[in-house]
Design a protein around this ligand. Sequence first.
Ligand code: G3P
Ligand code: MG
Length: 248
Amino acid sequence: MPLKIPTIIGHRGARNYAPENTLESIHTAADMGCKWVELDVKLTKDMVPIIMHDDDLDRTTNGHGPVAEITYADLCNLEAGSWFSESFSGIKIPTLEEAIEVILARDLGVNLEIKPCPGREKDTAEAMLDQLSQYWDDRDRLLISSFSHVSLETAAEMAGDWYRGLLLEPEPMPNWAELADYLEVTTINIDGNEATREFIEEILDTERQILAYTINDPQTALRLRQWGVDAMFTDDPDAINDGLFKPH
Ligand code: G3P
Ligand code: MG
């Protein structure tokens, strides 16, 4: 069964308009009309699943050093908005649980990307799925993806019914199709800015859906859609929506 997914997915919420991977970013994406958002999940030192992209705190918070070395209690003292703009100063890094509350309240679908810090591939998937299984029951509005095969393998073992997507680097490994079979993924998530038409056709031959990251240029979005890409992650939902759906 294919996953019913909208063409436009807000990347890290609506990354060009609010600090990425925050509750405010999810709300902004919903306000802009997104039906789905993509969020990155990793763990604090004491195994609390949080929404965060980088392995280090420095770029998106006022903290320093590895995320894997900070406890949840200490993380709560950090601030994750003013690096983006003063108007967002004081906002926090959300837990997975807080993010899911907003997803449910705004009636959104979500692609949770398991983004483990090095060495925590299995732990991150386990902690995320342990929690998620307590408060998520809509299989049609969830996609679990990862670049990590170990994380996807864990997801398959723990929640085999939930849709999974294999994320491929710009230079995909040669055995990606075998891996996709083994992991029983429904979607292949590719770098849409680097992908060739031939590669997209190769994926289409495997009868899997294709999602493309991270598409902020309307012309690229149009081209990918013509080539058969099902959905795109974007930092700029307005630009891609106009490019794809407004008459030219
Ligand atoms: O899941 C799509 C995209 O988010 C993958 O790359 O680095 O932005 O998490 P990244
Ligand atoms: Mg991501």
